[in-house]
Design a protein. Structure first.
Length: 144
């Protein structure tokens, strides 16, 4: 039942909001005083893989790893899992887009999750400017 149908966007949005809300106390209980985020935990995971220093492993790193595990479980459960190799143009565009997103996350002080969900929840001006910019950017690229 969980994997058999698509969920209404409002239901999915509420679920993501609840996860973001629960991320604060869960993260805080492990000594990491931050909410939901992907950029810094991803950097910590890479630092751990390079250095082997376990100080980089925290709740955020486990969240990032959980995204991969959860995605795999969802794809298997919905019978949509399949190894695929995209064409060269898709690989090039994805790599270029990933580089731009990483650069943007560095400039913005965090990823779209951190700025759009966490910073707006704390009423930070950075989050509201970031969220507004994301909405305008998505609209612009979708329209044109």
């Amino acid at each position: 039942y969980l994997f058999e149908r698509r969920y209404h966007p409002f239901v999915a949005g509420i679920a993501v909001g609840l996860i973001a809300l629960l991320a604060w106390p869960m993260s805080e209980s492990t000594g990491r005083p931050y909410g939901l985020g992907i950029t810094t935990p991803s950097a910590n995971l890479i630092n751990y893989l390079v250095s082997g220093n376990s100080k980089f492993i925290d709740w955020g790193v486990l969240l990032v790893l959980g995204i991969f595990v959860g995605s795999y479980i969802a794809a298997r459960g919905s019978k949509e899992f399949k190894w695929r190799l995209p064409d060269k143009k898709t690989i090039r565009n994805s790599a270029f887009g990933g580089i731009l997103m990483g650069f943007g996350a560095s400039l913005a002080g965090g990823c779209s999750i951190g700025n759009g969900l966490v910073e707006t929840a704390t009423m930070s001006w950075q989050g509201w400017i970031g969220l507004g910019s994301m909405i305008i950017g998505v609209w612009f690229m979708s329209y044109f």
